[in-house]
Design a protein around this ligand. Sequence first.
Ligand SMILES: Nc1nc2c(ncn2[C@@H]2O[C@H](COP(=O)(O)OP(=O)(O)OP(=O)(O)O)[C@@H](O)[C@H]2O)c(=O)[nH]1
Ligand SMILES: [Mg+2]
Length: 450
Amino acid sequence: MDDTICAISTASQVAGIAIIRVSGKDAKKIVNKIFKGKNLEKVKSHTINYGFIVSNGEKVDEVLVTVMSSPKTFTKEDVVEINTHGGFTTTNKVLELLLLNGCRLAEPGEFTKRAFLNGRIDLVEAQSINDLIESKTENQRKLAMNNLTGKMSAKIQHLMDYILEIRANIEVNIDYPEYEDELVITHEILSDRLNIIKKEINNILKESKTGKLIKNGLNIALIGKPNTGKSSLLNKLIEEDKAIVTNIPGTTRDIIESSFLLNGYLVNLIDTAGIRKTDNLIEKMGIDKSLEQIENADLVLLILDGSKKLSQEDKDLLKKVKKYNYLIFINKSDLNLKIETEYLKNYDYVIGNTLNNELEELKNKIISKFSLDLINEKELVFITNTEHHALLKDTLNTIDSIFKNIKKNVPIDMLTIDLGKCYENLGKIIGKTYEEDLINEIFKNFCLGK
Ligand SMILES: Nc1nc2c(ncn2[C@@H]2O[C@H](COP(=O)(O)OP(=O)(O)OP(=O)(O)O)[C@@H](O)[C@H]2O)c(=O)[nH]1
Ligand SMILES: [Mg+2]
């Protein structure tokens, strides 16, 4: 972290302006070497300075240079940002000059890594910067922004503080029995407190499902016999003629994916080959892919042709989808309905058609199935990272093993190792360590050694 790094921070495309970011202790010195204007090493912090980037006395570009002194910057180091005219050649030339004058090209994410290592942001916040950049919907943006402002980190930190307090308390009970003011942690008290932690982690995990849904979108696989209108439905929902539609059964062979916004949430539709018995090798391969999609989807949407009686193939599919999170869409309601709805009475279905865009009932059903109408009202603070999810699950497992040991009457001091493990797991989410914190906690709360 001793060196000074630089990178083009804006998109690599022709634009009016591009920004080159420089961070590190020599940021001002290096930029100053190639800048004609005020002395950047002497200007006030957080100022924008007009001038030219020069190379061998020749003007390369007319620029605005923002100088921001440590520590009030993104990386907490000195940061200089050069606004160049955004052509490829000019921007690359300025970057090249920085490299020739002592900067190193930043690795991907290195500015954020420095912000983390210098204590400006924690790991959840660092991750959410990426999410913020990649967000496609308003809700994804809100979620990332809430995480960025540390709301999730605060929740995790709160749990960690609680564990640390118990752990430090036990430590004092053992090492300083003469310290009588201190509550003695018994198996019962420990169980009560562990239950509180468990409940909170379970809540975070439950809500994280919603977070994942916002971040990755809701994956819906469109499944059904050939010719029921799967591709027509995809086209109608995304409002674009993306998938080929014909009256020839077996039209779709490959998987076709596209997204649309439902109530502000990203929905990824996966159109698949109609499922039937076939000797055609290509169609067969397509059907295998359809069946794979059933496994991976958040919702399996089975499309039936309402103008026909149920065939054996439909009935087989009905049996199959019941094992998943499914919904049935009876399509072609503009025609005479011949489908036996009586057979479907124990199934969750809605009726509509793609021909006249009668899809409101279907949309509303999906919204209510995933409570998409309720999410908005809650505060969007969720764990979205898979590793963080795994760490929380691991913490729950460790708590369960403590409970088992309590039942076996294992002495309290033997349980502290597992308590430490819980703390460490949670700490990994926000990038904090255990030992140091424990020592601080003991000495902070109990003012020992007086
Ligand atoms: N009347 C009517 N016809 C429809 C409706 N939806 C689709 N169709 C027709 O049904 C036929 C099949 O539509 P597709 O969308 O290609 O069906 P598919 O399920 O994708 O078929 P495969 O790709 O072969 O599995 C086309 O002729 C569509 O125009 C509807 O709501 N009403
Ligand atoms: Mg199709």
